[in-house]
Design a protein around this ligand. Structure first.
Ligand SMILES: NC(=O)c1ccc[n+]([C@@H]2O[C@H](COP(=O)([O-])OP(=O)(O)OC[C@H]3O[C@@H](n4cnc5c(N)ncnc54)[C@H](O)[C@@H]3O)[C@@H](O)[C@H]2O)c1
Length: 315
């Protein structure tokens, strides 16, 4: 019997995300079947997967020979064959509810009873296309970043009808594939990844519209400023480390300015005392204030390593 470490995976849809998942799972030692009604997509996916694996190997990020790892990706000529012995079915078809409903319906009919049925949907929740399936309790969204073999997080979003056991099994399989599961408490459009991305994109569009900055300069501010820090720490840890006294002091000093910026855009999501207290409690549990200076030095060193890698790449 296959262990969790070597679970068989079925990937349905061999476009951008299906290819990325194929590389991530193969690199982690899983064997898989890749299905797409357009056979040319499967051929192109296998070719591109080999190129991505070779590139990972070139950067010292692959354990094993690219050709051996790529051989774990087997084409399937029918969806039924692809899912026949899968522990995880990862749906990567078009972002259309009726197409996802059809794909998952067929997967539900042919996958073994223990298989988890996950959709890579970017914004559509599982309840928009899996509610009528007999096996709906084993359906959920598993939303990756692109490409999944580089961005090592996956959002697990259960529908109201998803079994907690399904979420746990999905989390174990993705963890074994080196993807860190993020549990999204309930269905919400765009989940967390795209809501965060969306907040920034909405502001970026508005700044361009109002003639405040160019597209190039906004990308530069993120690439060489905000994003450089975010490659080491997230937005909460960023402001926690930016202000002596931590995030509580940051909220006290700058909360009103951020509230005014939000109000300018018609947004009213106040950082209430209670909300700030909750954020502070979570941050202090992760980083006691006595370790604050050491963590700041760690962040700086992490940014220095990124800058050194960028410099080496441009030399
Ligand atoms: N591209 C991204 O950055 C990204 C990131 C995260 C999630 N997603 C989501 O992943 C899913 C796939 O997106 P993509 O960018 O890979 O799209 P894509 O257009 O590159 O690929 C979709 C693939 O699905 C295939 N397909 C069509 N009908 C099918 C069927 N009945 N069964 C199986 N495959 C079928 C198509 O032939 C195509 O190869 C979407 O839900 C998308 O929102 C995309």
């Amino acid at each position: 019997m296959a262990t969790e470490q070597q679970s068989n995976i079925a990937i349905l849809g061999a476009g951008t995300i299906g290819r990325g998942f194929a590389v991530a799972f193969a690199a982690a030692g899983h064997s898989m079947r890749l299905y797409d009604p357009d056979a040319a997509q499967v051929d192109a996916a296998r070719e591109q997967a080999l190129a991505s694996l070779a590139s990972l190997a070139h950067h010292g990020l692959l354990d094993g020979a690219p050709e051996v790892i790529a051989a774990r990706i087997t084409p399937a000529t029918t969806l039924a064959h692809a899912v026949a012995d899968a522990a995880l079915v990862q749906e990567c078809g078009p972002e259309r509810a009726e197409v996802k409903a059809a794909i998952l319906g067929e997967a539900d009919a042919h996958a073994p009873p223990h298989a988890v049925l996950a959709s890579a949907s970017s914004a559509l929740p599982a309840s928009a296309y899996a509610a009528d399936l007999a096996g709906r309790a084993r359906c959920l969204v598993a939303h990756p970043g692109n490409p999944p073999f580089l961005l090592r997080v996956i959002e697990l979003v259960p529908a109201p009808f998803t079994d907690t056991e399904t979420v746990a099994r999905a989390a174990a399989i993705f963890t074994a594939a080196g993807l860190h599961p993020v549990h999204v408490a309930r269905e919400i459009e765009g989940f967390v990844f795209n809501r965060l991305q969306g907040a920034m994109l909405r502001e970026a569009y508005a700044l361009v519209r109002d003639g405040i900055a160019s597209v190039e300069d906004i990308d530069r501010i993120v690439r060489d400023g905000l994003g450089l820090r975010w490659s080491a720490v997230g937005p909460f840890e960023t402001v926690d480390l930016n202000t002596q006294g931590g995030i509580a002091e940051h909220a006290r000093r700058l909360g009103p300015a951020y509230a005014r910026m939000g109000a300018e855009r018609g947004q009213h999501d106040p950082w209430t005392e209670q909300l700030v207290a909750d954020v502070v409690r979570q941050r202090r549990a992760l980083l006691p204030l006595e370790d604050w200076s050491a963590r700041g030095a760690w962040r700086d060193a992490a940014i220095m390593r990124t800058l050194a890698a960028r410099k080496a790449a441009s030399d």
